[in-house]
Ligand binder design. Sequence first.
Ligand code: IDP
Ligand code: MG
Length: 138
Amino acid sequence: MESTLSIIKPDGVARGLVGEVIRRFEGAGIKIAAMKMIHMSKQEAEGFYAVHKDKPFFDSLTDFMSSGPIVVMVLKGENVIKKNRELMGATNFKEAAPGTIRADFATDIEKNVVHGSDAPETAATEIAYFFSQLEIKG
Ligand code: IDP
Ligand code: MG
């Protein structure tokens, strides 16, 4: 059984897409093992996206990610890292496969509704950034 971190980004929460995103996860047989709504500070967003600190979009991305509440979740299931990335679609919504969350709802390469960990190592680090072991079911 694998775990991954999912975030419904500020655009997704503001646009009322929380239920829709969760419906897609549950419809795909993915279990939610932890979930909360938080509002990151700029500094917390910078910490989360530290891997991108040298990218030209870092300042804008961390402004966006700290602009409003987000829903963070730990998802569990077989192959859930890849499964979640498939449900999300490509980073750039213009390249995302039809029927994916980003193809259906993203409005911008930055404002692309969801985050998902990309590998077991990043999943472990990202889950620990938001959740203690006590908060994670199963
Ligand atoms: P991912 O979210 O699909 O894993 P990453 O390359 O890890 O994509 O980038 C993290 C986030 O940074 C993206 O989801 C998006 O919000 C933003 N981002 C990525 N590339 C660009 C870009 O070229 N311009 C503006 N924002 C970007
Ligand atoms: Mg990424």
